[in-house]
Design a protein around this ligand. Structure first.
Ligand SMILES: [Zn+2]
Length: 143
C-alpha cells in the first residue's frame, strides 16, 4: 500500500531547542520584523537589520533552499566524519547553517535542497529532533 500523506513524527518527540522547529508539517521557525520585513533564523527578539527591539513575529520558514556554500568536515569531536556542512539560502532569503545529506550525487553551489527533520539523539526515551538539508528526492522526515 502506498500513501501520499506526509509522514508524522511521534507526539513525544522534542525539538533540539525550544522554538527552533515544528514537526508537523516539518518546518524551521524564524522571526520576521514588522518594521523592515527582515526574516531570520533562529527566531530572535530583536532585528539585526533595523535594530528594532520589538515587533518580531514568529513565522514558519520555507522547506526549500539552495546551497550557498559548503565544506567537508573531516574532524569532529565524538561525531561521525566526514560530513558536509553548508550554508543554504531558504526561499525566505534566510541563510541557515546545516549539514547536507542524501544528495544523490556530489554537492554543488546553487544545488536545490529541502529540509529534513531527523532524530539527532535521545534524552532517555524521548527522541530529540534536529534538522539537515537533503536532495530534492530524499524523504523529509526520519524518526
Ligand atoms: Zn527590522
Amino acid at each position: 500500500m502506498t500513501t501520499t500523506s506526509p509522514p508524522h513524527a511521534p507526539v513525544h518527540a522534542r525539538a533540539l531547542r525550544e522554538g527552533l522547529l515544528q514537526l508537523d508539517p516539518p518546518r524551521l521557525i524564524g522571526s520576521r520584523c514588522a518594521g523592515c520585513g527582515t526574516t531570520q533564523f533562529p527566531a530572535r527578539d530583536f532585528c539585526p537589520s533595523c535594530r528594532a527591539e520589538s515587533g518580531q513575529t514568529h513565522v514558519t520558514l520555507s522547506e526549500r533552499a539552495v546551497v550557498f556554500s559548503y565544506t567537508v568536515v573531516h574532524q569532529a569531536p565524538g561525531g561521525r566524519v566526514p560530513y558536509l556542512l553548508a550554508y543554504v539560502d531558504l526561499e525566505d532569503k534566510v541563510r541557515v547553517m546545516a549539514q547536507l545529506e542524501d544528495l544523490n550525487g556530489d554537492p554543488r553551489i546553487d544545488m536545490p535542497v529541502k529540509l529534513k527533520l531527523k532524530v539527532v539523539r535521545f534524552d532517555g526515551e524521548v527522541p530529540i529532533i534536529g534538522y539537515v538539508f537533503v536532495g530534492e528526492d530524499a524523504p523529509t522526515l526520519e524518526v
